[in-house]
Design a protein around this ligand. Sequence first.
Ligand code: SF4
Length: 316
Amino acid sequence: MQKVVPSYYNSFSCIKEKCKHNCCIGWEIDIDRETAQKYRNVSEEIGERLKANIAWDFSPHFILGEKERCPFLNEKNLCDIIISLGEKSLCEICREHPRFHNELPGRIESGLGLCCEAAAELIIGQKEGAVLEISGKKECEDEIIDLRDKIFEVLQKRELSFEKREQEVLSLLKIKKPELTSDFLFDFLFSLERLSEEWTEKLWLLKSRKKENVNAFSEYMKDRLFEYENLAVYFIYRHFANAPDFEEAAARALFAIYGCEIIFLMGSAVYSETGAFTFEQQLELVRLFSSEIEYSDENLYAFFDMLKEREISGEF
Ligand code: SF4
């Protein structure tokens, strides 16, 4: 079995109380059965808290407290379960987040999710571009992995403009990009479930942006274009090869293209309003996009489906 990770994967560590958007706030965390069983048998004081703060139904989960905080997140934003029982006692989701694992024929691909601000910094900040580290013997050929490797190669051809790289990706997939205006994207994203006010505010950037400022923004970002490249590579790495069929894989490639375009347009609107757009602002945009779209199955699949309906196919 091959194991694949991006080169930054093992550099991740949670920034704990320094995190501005703690993942223990606002998410209802399901507890795997094995851990739930262990939690039932804990006898120390924390055992009583576990019994009282977990919904012990078909799918056990922590009962969120005030302001949607996990009941074990203390006032210093540290986890009382780790403090009392150690890191190994965490349930699978808490232990693994923000890591993801895609099981593909003969290989497991792991990565970090963009919705975590510490992970986003690693993913977007790779100045030399993302590199995959592969260990173990290749067990089988996989057409979709070969195709994806070619897409990575194209996305990382820095001697080409983004438009040219995009065209090459589309021609590898033998599809045409549907023309979606920023007004259309605004209406579409606005129609999806929105989890935070911050995201709604960011969506209005798609309306307020001025077309004539896009070139000025491209010039301003010319030494930071690797941020968009890294974003596109991340989306493709996470979503492309595990698509159930080629039609969906093509829609997911378009998702990577439009995901980058949305983030770019929002960035250009911030730039035209303030004359600047920092790396921190970029991280906040991608983190929000990921939390609101990538980490909501409903929204993510609505996005894929919208692109599938509009995708102009060749003879894939
Ligand atoms: S979002 Fe990331 S950095 Fe913040 S608490 Fe969660 S794992 Fe840690």
